[in-house]
Design a protein around this ligand. Structure first.
Ligand SMILES: [Zn+2]
Length: 399
């Protein structure tokens, strides 16, 4: 903690003290109290680490204490000072009594209050959801900024923990904000396209703290990402090994395919294509898109119509019985948090590729038959050309 109450009731913030005051604090035997639980606090005034307050061991303070590493303390102070330059009302460790929450920083912006949590350590998912919902209830916008140390970059993809997924926000594209107090830089991981639970393809954008405003962080300008070669390569790898895949969704889809004497390796190329909203569904994209193909499109005659609500209801049922799984997004409001958006976007993509045509709000017409491929060679060639077509279409939409 950086803020404590003094014996005279005034508050002392270690973010504001200079060396002179520090020397005074060290000399006198002052008492410090937690502004929330009123318990006596220890002033940790060492030479190595940044000064901070801590509860005594066995404290019963209600407010959760993040393990206050140097990294966390530094980040909190840097973010606080950064916000002070932009807004008049900025409060460090402000306790919101009505919801018993104490965000790292609370700032009053032109669009209302924002609670900033600089989260470096793991906390249980249920806590993160609960805290986010509390802020939402009070019309305080929660902004979780993750410590950059949490960002796990592999060769050409990223790994996000279940906790990190919960902090995703949306502004034309989904994104997660990371902050590195050492080089004073934000990293936005955006356009999240998970191939599987462990592999997320995404764009990343670095933003220097002092060249960025809070508004730019909340409403970042994210350009359309092209479907990466990495995605295509991953799908090729998947095609060659999916026979052995042992996940629940793989079993389910393999069985469904077998009923129609089809094979997972040879699914059509339009099954397993990324779009802006695939992040909403936790089940790998190849599986739920194959399911849509099998159940609603396979062997349907040209000009057959169907209602997208059927797909959505049927998907909701599969999610309920845990054949599929969807993600939760407590920080996103409106339709961009629901799986239905992923299905709408997929049908739209099939329209762009001339397989479907949208007739009315919920009705689609099949315009071209989608057929399974018959060899790995054919499948991989078609995957490549689908990626190319999608990129051409996105390019056109960008210009
Ligand atoms: Zn306390």
């Amino acid at each position: 903690m950086l803020v404590a109450k003094l014996g005279n009731g005034k508050q002392l913030s270690l973010a504001e003290v200079d060396e002179q005051i520090k020397a005074q604090l060290k000399g006198k035997k002052k008492s410090f109290y937690c502004p929330i639980c009123e318990e006596r606090l220890l002033l940790k005034a060492g030479n190595k680490r940044r000064w901070h307050f801590a509860h005594q061991k066995n404290s019963s303070c209600l407010v959760e204490q993040e393990a206050e590493t140097e990294y966390h303390l530094n980040g909190k102070i840097l973010l606080y000072q950064w916000l002070k330059k932009q807004y008049r009302q900025v409060y460090l460790e402000y306790y919101i009594r009505s919801i018993k929450q104490r965000p790292d920083i609370l700032v009053q912006t032109e669009d209302g209050p924002v609670a900033i949590e600089f989260q470096c350590s793991n906390i249980p998912e249920s806590h993160l959801i609960k805290r986010t919902e509390m802020y939402n209830q009070r019309n305080i916008k929660p902004l979780w900024i993750l410590g950059s140390k949490r960002l796990k970059r592999k060769k050409n993809y990223f790994q996000l923990t279940a906790m990190d997924w919960l902090t995703v926000q949306f502004n034309t594209k989904p994104f997660v904000v990371y902050f590195n107090p050492t080089n004073k830089q934000f990293t936005l991981l955006h356009s999240l396209s998970p191939f599987s639970e462990g592999k997320v393809f995404a764009g990343n954008m670095n933003m220097k703290l002092h060249h960025t405003s809070l508004q730019q962080l909340i409403h970042p300008l994210i350009k359309m990402e092209r479907v990466s070669d990495a995605w295509f390569n991953e799908k090729r790898k998947w095609r060659l090994s999916c026979h052995y895949e042992n996940k629940k969704a793989a079993h389910f889809i393999r069985n469904e395919l077998q009923k129609k004497r089809l094979h997972l390796c040879y699914i059509p190329s339009v099954c397993g294509v990324p779009h802006n909203f695939t992040y909403l569904i936790k089940t790998p994209t190849v599986y739920w898109q194959t399911w849509i193909f099998l159940k609603f499109l396979y062997k349907k005659e040209k000009y057959t119509t169907f209602d997208s609500r059927e797909i959505i209801n049927s998907f909701a049922h599969c999610a309920k019985v845990q054949k599929f799984s969807v993600r939760r997004f407590p920080c996103i409001s409106g339709k961009y948090k629901y799986f239905a958006q992923a299905i709408h976007a997929y049908l739209q993509l099939l329209c762009n590729l001339n397989y479907l045509r949208k007739k009315s709000k919920h009705t689609y017409i099949i315009m071209n038959e989608i057929t399974p491929t018959t060899s790995n060679y054919e499948a991989i060639g078609k995957d490549k050309s689908i990626v190319k077509k999608i990129n051409q279409f996105n390019n056109k939409a960008n210009n």
